[in-house]
Design a protein around this ligand. Sequence first.
Ligand SMILES: [Zn+2]
Ligand SMILES: [Zn+2]
Length: 367
Amino acid sequence: MSKNRKISERTRKNWDYLVTHFTPEYIESMTDPKEYVVGFGSGNKSFCYLVEAGTKELGDIRGATSSKFGLWYGTHGDDKEVKYRATKQHFGGDIDKAFNDIKVALAKLIREAKDLTEFRDLKSLIYGMFKYKIIYLYNPNVMLPSFVLEDLQHFEDCLGLKMSKTFEKAQKELIAYRNQHFPQMDNHDYMSFLYTEFGRYNVSQTKEINEDADNQLNKKLLKEKEPTEEYVTKPVEKANLKKGGEGGLYYPRDPKMAAIALRNAGHKCEYNTSHECFIRRSTAIPYTEVHHLIPLEYHYKFEKSLDIPENIVSLCSNCHNEIHYGRDADKLIEQLFNERKDKLHAAGIDVTLDELLEMYHRIGEHK
Ligand SMILES: [Zn+2]
Ligand SMILES: [Zn+2]
């Protein structure tokens, strides 16, 4: 392990404790989920605590939702009872099953991570930022301590490189660039340098680009013909990010997906189907606007594409403006969320109402 001077004593201690205490053999033998989950307050140096807060200096993964751990101790969304909880998606909410499956998956992931000689995106039940940080903590020589694909793409872009589509490719490209241009820097120094120099991919910086993209999408739809194909709900792979004005990155909108969403809504306002809509001059179809219920600014929090009919709602002009700028926007969001959550789940997108409202409030602060 590289002994970096810039890492604090506390982080260094937590890191050493994690990798020496939580060996694959030890993880397999754990009998109390308390050793895994977070939520028991200070003094409990659980596996999740050490990977997340205990080594925050080596990369912050708190942006993801609490369910990233698969199993946690606390509240969930609107349910305020504090207890053990397992994700529905992977474990059907079954605590024992979750704990067992996670132990097996973790031990395997750590063994495979230790064996890597160059970075590879290991297949595991453990996923996303949490998985990447575990790989890094157990084998810091093979990857850069950044666990968000969009940050890596942002760095590639700033360095004049082509943006990679996958996390694995982006890691490899940036490491190759470092080996060529900054061979004296270790992985940690190099990442600190990139974050200091270029900052992170930032939701609020891309607000205007996203607003432009949404306006253009609604204009394009004026000319879009009524789609005739069936659309079957399934998780959809993400698209490549695009570069907007001022060089910021944004998630591209596919007019086909939006046109399907409008058709599925029967060109009515989905907040209240009795809202009156005027008729388009071009196609004689009632005019509604498309809105991404989970804002595309947050694409990086999800494994699958958000630009799908399940996440696109049809709104009358008034409701569309209200959901963006209205004092009572939360009530529109809540109703639409309740109508869409099962479909979103079927498309591989899981989010709670609280998490969704928080996303809107964060964007709203920058308006
Ligand atoms: Zn909108
Ligand atoms: Zn409406």
